[in-house]
Structures are given as C-alpha cells and as structure tokens.
Design a protein around this ligand. Sequence first.
Ligand code: 5EF
Ligand code: ZN
Length: 263
Amino acid sequence: YYNWSYVGPDGEEHWHKHYPFCGGIFQSPIDIHNDILQYDSTLLPIELVGYNLSLTEQFIISNNGHSLKMSLPPTMYISSLPFRYTAAQLHLHWGNRHHPEGSEHSVNGKRYAAELHIVHYNSDKYPDVATAMDKADGLAVLGILIELGSFHPSFENIFCQFANVRYKDQTIPVTGFNVRDLLPERLDEYYRYEGSLTTPPCYPSVLWTVFRNPVQLAHTQLVALETALYCTQENDPSPLEMTDNYRQPQEFDERRVRVSFRQ
Ligand SMILES: NS(=O)(=O)c1c(F)c(F)c(S(=O)(=O)CCO)c(N[C@H]2CCc3ccccc32)c1F
Ligand SMILES: [Zn+2]
C-alpha cells in the first residue's frame, strides 16, 4: 500500500507509477464543456431511497488523510438506475482560503468552490463496495457542485464535527439527518458519463452523475472547510493542512457527456 497525496513527490503526476489505472482510460474528473455534450431524453430523474437517515442511527464521520468522509447505511440507495446502487460513503473536495475553487468537475472551464460526492456500489451484482470498485458497472457516484452563496444549515450536520476529526484517522459518530437536503432541488437535470475514481486506485468503474445546479455554502462555511482539517496525524511533527484535495481535469477524447436537459 503506497501512500499518495495531492502535492509533491506523491502527487497526481506520480500516481500512475503505483496505481497503473491512474494513467489509463476513462479517467475522472473532466471539464464538462459544450462541444462534448449530447442531449439524451432517456435519462430519467434520479430517484433516491432511504436518504432521510434515521435519527436513532449513528454514522461515522472520519478523516482518512485525503478527505472528510461519512459512512452511509445499506438502506440508502439509488433506485432509478439499471441496477440498485447502494450508498457506501460521502466525502468532499475543496480548495484553500486563497483559491477557493476546489471542485473536481468543472463546467465550461468554471471550477466551483467545492464538490460533494456520494459513492454507491452495484449491490445487485456485488456483495460490497470493495468487490464492486474495480468492476466496470461497479460504482455510481453523485456529484454535487458547491458554490459560494447563502448559509446551508444541512451541511452543518457534517461541518459541526470538524474539531473532532481534525487529524488523520480521527472518527466521530453522528446522528442521522436528511442527506437529500445536501442535494440541489432538481434531480432531473444532470450530466452523465462513464469515468473513474478520482483518487488512486483510479479504477474506471464509476457511472458519474453531476447535477446541473450547484448548492451554496456561506463564506464562513467554506473557510471552515478549507482550514479545519489536516492530512497528518495528531502527533505528526510536520502537520500538513488538508486543502486542494482535488484532481486536475483528465483528457476526454472520443467520449461524450450525456445531458438530461435541453436548456
Ligand atoms: N472522488 S471519488 O468518489 O472517486 C473518491 C474519493 F475522492 C475518495 F477520496 C475516496 S476515499 O475512500 O475517501 C480515499 C481513497 O480511497 C473514495 N473512496 C472510494 C474508492 C475506494 C473505496 C472503498 C470503499 C468505499 C468508498 C471507496 C472515492 F470514491
Ligand atoms: Zn470524490
């Protein structure tokens, strides 16, 4: 197991040396731009089941050194895809205080402030996410673009825990909340393409759905996200801030992004 990072000698230009798929085909993220779009009237509105997490259940928020992630229960899934894709975890990508553009996907060259990913695996065909994650139809990730704007109370369910997961390997249990509230209103307007995990091992196993409409966070919320966390463990003599944890846009030749909306 080789450690990787977003900067320096283990940065994204080096990932392919230990994780060959990172230098391979169908890589994500991408810049979603007009001349690769293709309207597809068969793209159904995304239907979500079990996103309103039970208040009596607990879910683990953890700092894994690359992102802030939250575990999700097997009662939560996407029901509108050809297979049932069951939720595994959600996590975020963001920039830094001086360059608050840390989304992974960009739209017509515009990078957003941050991006929320909800990772699901094909539970019709595979027993768990570890088995599914290197299969072509293994994963489905929902991408929610985040822009600077008004305060978003629902994200506080996650952000209020920053002090408890400041360092790598720290975890904290949180009570359930409605994850649907983290998504934009229109689940029928999205971009769809076949891509990959945006971190090592970069398996080309992800059916990407990036919603057209961003959600908003207040400046104070974005600054908290950009300044709260460390990639390093609490006792590490050289602390490394967790910022700019996004991959650069990948080549997208010969591929199309399907679009569920006309205009
Ligand atoms: N942007 S992304 O959606 O491609 C993506 C990440 F960006 C990311 F950071 C992670 S991770 O698990 O936090 C760290 C790397 O494994 C995962 N985790 C996935 C891949 C490995 C794995 C195993 C179990 C549950 C989720 C995941 C991920 F799918
Ligand atoms: Zn991600």
